[in-house]
Design a protein around this ligand. Structure first.
Ligand code: HEC
Length: 199
């Protein structure tokens, strides 16, 4: 994406806070989180819960092979529906991706690496989040938010180190360049990524 994002990100990292809230809010001694943060947290939570529910249902009725269809067909559909409903773009990304359409842009890549570093310093994966207001060349401001996704036991059948031959065959057919394997419980699997234009 735009190289201008990187200085903005490193500035935010240096001061240890993201680029919002705006000065008027930041000046208050005990500011409430701006609505974009609250909305993003609840959107990420909703997206995760909806995906997990669809996945668990599919796996109960047909195991991991059946679950692949849900991730393949429904993950994008659920993301599109939520994006429409919430007025913000909702997606998932990772340093090791399965679907190339989920590849991180430069800002997301920097945040994923930051999450990795914070995890290495002992922060719990399920608490990792980051946000910033990004200005593009045309003066458009976008609020961007990411929330880390930990690897749970439920994920290992399709993202773990020991994938069954049936699941492996189906994954290979659908995703010839699949890199989203070899994870262990507690690893950083990826992140929810949200974007909301501000003006
Ligand atoms: C039944 C198999 C299956 C299980 C179980 C599963 N996934 Fe996936 N996962 C997939 C498939 C297939 C994709 C590709 C979806 C697509 O085409 O967008 C995927 C994609 C993802 C992505 C998007 C980034 C990428 O690699 O393309 C994330 C993040 C992710 N999974 C996290 C998880 C987590 C966390 C769990 C456990 C809670 C989990 N998955 C469980 C099959 C699975």
């Amino acid at each position: 994406m735009r190289p201008a994002l990187i200085p903005a990100l490193s500035a935010a990292l240096t001061v240890g806070i993201a680029l919002i809230p705006p000065p008027s809010v930041a000046a208050k001694p005990n500011p409430n989180a701006p609505s974009e943060i609250i909305d993003s947290r609840s959107a990420a939570q909703k997206f995760g819960a909806t995906l997990k529910e669809a996945l668990q249902q599919a796996m109960q009725s047909g195991g991991a092979v059946n679950g692949i269809a849900v991730c393949h067909d429904k993950a994008g559909q659920i993301a599109a529906e939520l994006s429409q409903q919430l007025g913000m773009l909702v997606g998932r990304t990772s340093l090791k991706i399965r679907n190339p359409a989920n590849a991180p842009d430069n800002w997301e890549l920097a945040v994923l690496k930051q999450f990795d570093a914070r995890k290495a310093q002992g922060e719990p994966v399920d608490k990792l989040e980051f946000f910033a207001v990004i200005d593009d060349d045309q003066g458009q401001k976008t609020f961007r938010y990411m929330k880390a996704i930990p690897t749970a036991a439920l994920c290992l059948g399709c993202h773990g180190e020991n994938i069954s031959p049936e699941v492996d065959a189906k994954l290979k057919a659908l995703y010839p360049n699949d890199a989203a394997r070899g994870f262990r419980e507690g690893d950083l699997r990826g992140a929810f990524t949200l974007a909301k234009p501000l003006q």
